[in-house]
Design a binder for this molecule. Structure first.
Ligand SMILES: [Zn+2]
Length: 134
């Protein structure tokens, strides 16, 4: 269970990152903050592209930053949008790769929590690495 301090720190980090979102097409800025079990925090923003499908989400940017620096285990992720929009299916799958117990906090731009769950709650029946071992 996350402490209130950690929860607030992650929301504030995601809120602060949000200003760097590159969202000229949707105008829907997203910030994310990922806490690893080693205690580091990686932020991320959505990065859109004129060739729409090549853009990516804030959650995946945060996860990929962490992975590219050797992290593999995550404690929690906070996601902040204008209205508390929920992570998309692709991000849910990417999070599920690294653990179903990762806490997920979704907040609006005022920092109000609109959803608090874990990855298992976001993506029931996720396809997992163990499913490949037949
Ligand atoms: Zn996404």
């Amino acid at each position: 269970m996350l402490s209130d301090e950690v929860r607030q720190m992650l929301i504030q980090t995601a809120q602060a990152a949000r200003k760097w979102a590159y969202a000229p097409y949707s105008g829907y800025a997203v910030g994310a903050a990922l806490l690893t079990t080693s205690g580091r925090v990686y932020d991320g923003v959505n990065v859109e592209n004129a060739a729409y499908p090549t853009g990516t989400c804030a959650e995946r940017v945060a996860v990929f930053k962490a992975i590219s620096e050797g992290e593999r285990e995550f404690e929690a992720i906070a996601v902040v949008t204008v209205n508390g929009g929920s992570p998309c299916g692709s991000c849910r799958q990417v999070l599920a790769e690294f653990g179903l117990e990762t806490s997920v906090i979704v907040a609006d731009e005022e920092g109000r929590i609109v959803l608090e769950t874990d990855v298992a709650g976001l993506l029931p029946g996720a396809f997992r690495p163990t499913d490949l071992k037949v």
